[in-house]
Design a protein around this ligand. Structure first.
Ligand SMILES: [Zn+2]
Length: 159
């Protein structure tokens, strides 16, 4: 009954935006639903709608986009230059050379760890071109993860 009432409110709220015949059709459909509310057919329709709503809400892609909608959108003017970051007290990460606001949080990031790995590999191999060696390192890590030699917390990155 509440759903029908809310649906009626919705139809009333869109009256200025729909044609008269569309409004009449919607009202006739609502009347049909109201007349049939005692029957099992309406309950079945409501249950089907509820199942669909639950499935949609649980869909990982829907959940991902729902989270993205809540993210703050930065305008280009809000992005700080390196000079502005330094002036505001940002620090240069010793592991990856990025300017960051909070070193402790940043150094747990995947990008920091991977850049640090690349720096170490360049230093050891005395070369800037280390992609072929990094592929070997990543394959060894994936193998180690697969064989439980490394903690499960890094499996998502290397397995
Ligand atoms: Zn870093």
């Amino acid at each position: 009954m509440l759903a029908l009432s809310q649906l009626l409110d919705f139809v009333e709220s869109v009256v200025p935006y729909v044609k008269e015949n569309e409004y009449l059709t919607a009202m006739n459909l609502l009347k049909t639903l109201n007349d049939n509310k005692q029957t099992g057919e309406t309950q079945t329709i409501i249950q089907i709608i509820e199942v669909m709503r639950t499935r949609i809400e649980r869909d990982p892609i829907i959940q991902q986009h729902a989270k993205r909608v809540k993210m703050k959108v930065k305008a280009i003017a809000e992005h700080k230059t390196d000079g502005e970051k330094l002036a505001k007290g940002w620090e240069c990460c010793g592991k990856c050379n990025r300017l960051v606001r909070d070193l402790r949080i940043h150094q747990f990031s995947d990008v920091c760890k991977r850049t640090n790995d690349t720096k170490k590999l360049s230093a050891i191999s005395s070369s800037f071109k280390t992609d072929d060696k990094m592929i070997l390192v990543l394959k060894i890590r994936a193998w180690a993860c697969k064989n439980k030699w490394r903690g499960s917390h890094i499996v998502k990155y290397y397995a």
